[in-house]
Design a protein around this ligand. Sequence first.
Ligand SMILES: Nc1ncnc2c1ncn2[C@@H]1O[C@H](COP(=O)(O)OP(=O)(O)O)[C@@H](O)[C@H]1O
Ligand SMILES: [Mg+2]
Length: 405
Amino acid sequence: MEKTTQNAAMFRIMMELLEVDNLDDALKGALEAIADTLKSEMGAIWLLDEKTDKLQCVYSVGDCDLSYVIVENGIGAEGYVTKTGECVTKPVMEDAAGTDGCIFDDMGNKTETLLCVPLKTMKKVIGSIIIANKTTGESYTPEELDLCKKMATMAGMTIEEKGLDLPLKEQGKVIISLRNITKDYPSGDSVLKVLCGVNLDIYENEFVVVLGESGCGKSTMVNIIGGMDYPTSGTLTIEGKDFSKPTEKELTEYRRNYLGFIFQSYNLMPNLTARENVQFIAEISKHPMNVDEVMRLVGLEDRAGNYPSQMSGGQQQRVSIARALVKDPKMILADEPTAALDFQTGQEVLRVIEKIVKEKGTTVIMITHNVEIAKMANRVIKLRGGKVSSVKININPLPADEIIW
Ligand SMILES: Nc1ncnc2c1ncn2[C@@H]1O[C@H](COP(=O)(O)OP(=O)(O)O)[C@@H](O)[C@H]1O
Ligand SMILES: [Mg+2]
C-alpha cells in the first residue's frame, strides 16, 4: 500500500473520530474507515466490560450480525487480542494460544483472512477491532496490519477522551429469525432481486430501526416479517417455529394477535371517532387492552371524541398507534410512521413509540430514512444491496425528546 493511501486513510479516520460528538458514531466511523481502507467484507468492534471481564460487539459491518454477542475475555481472536494486547492475523492465527477460532466462523461465516488488533488507550487495552476477508482474496500485508494498528490506537485514544460507559446488555430471547431470505419480483423478461440473502435476528423488547436508501427493500423485508408478503427463498422463524410456509390460519392468527402495524398513512375510518377507531379493533382482538388506557398511553384521552378530520397528522398517527397497541401485540412494525409529519408532530409520535417499548415491553421494528431518528434505537440495521450491510448497537440510545431533525 502506498504511503499516500496510508496517509489518506489516517486522515479519514482522524476526521471520523474528531468530528462526531458521540462515542457510538465515533466507533462506527472508525470501523467503517478501517474496513473500507483495507477492503474487507466483514468487520467488528469489541469492547471490554471490566466488571464482568467480558467483551461485547457494539458494531459490525458486512453480513455478520453480532448484536449482543458477549464473549469471555481471552477467548477467540477478539478475546486473545484484548487480553494480551498482541495482534492476530489469519492464516497464521492458529499459532497464537487460544485463537483457534474467531467469532465470525462461530456465527456461520467463513473467515479466509483476518486481522485483529487491540483497541488501546494510553494505559490499557479496552477491546479489539477485527476485519476479515479481503475482497481481493489475498492475505493482509504487514503494512496493512501496521496501518490497522495505528488506526485502532487513534480510535482508542478517542474513546479515552470521550469517556466510555458501557452497560453490557445480555443477549435477550430471539423472537424472529431471518436466514438467507431472498425476494424476487418479476420485471418484464427478467427478475428484480430485491432481497439477496438477509440474515437477521430480532430480540424480545428491543427497539430496532431499519435504515437504507429508498427502494433497497426495507418495506419488503418488514412485510415478510409481518406475514404480509412471503419470501422467494430462505427461512423465517417466529418464536422458534418455522414460519416459511404458514397456513392461512396461522398467518391470520399471527397478524391479528401477535402484531401491530403502523404505516406512513393513518388509514383511520373517517366516520368513527378516535376512540371508536380503537374500540373497533379491540372488539375483534383476542386479548385487548383497555381502550381508555390505550388512549391515555398515546396522550389522546382529551381527543377521544374527535373525528380524524378534526385532528392533526400527529394526532391521527397516534390514533393509528393506539389501534395497533390495543391488541396488546408482542411486536409492532412501523413503516416510516413519521415520514408524513413535521418535526414537532413527528416527535410526539416518537415519544409514544419510546413509551411503548419502555412501559409495555413491546418489540418495535421501525423503518425510517431519517438517520437522526435511528439514534433512539437499541439497534440500527442497515440494508444495502439486498443484504444487511451493518448492525450497530447504540450504547446509549437518545431519548425521543433529544432527537432533532
Ligand atoms: N409488488 C411488487 N412488485 C414489483 N416490484 C416491487 C413490488 N414491491 C416492491 N417492489 C420493488 O422492490 C424494490 C424494493 O421496494 P421496497 O421494499 O418498497 O423498498 P424501500 O421500502 O426500501 O423503499 C423497489 O425497487 C420496488 O419497486
Ligand atoms: Mg418502504
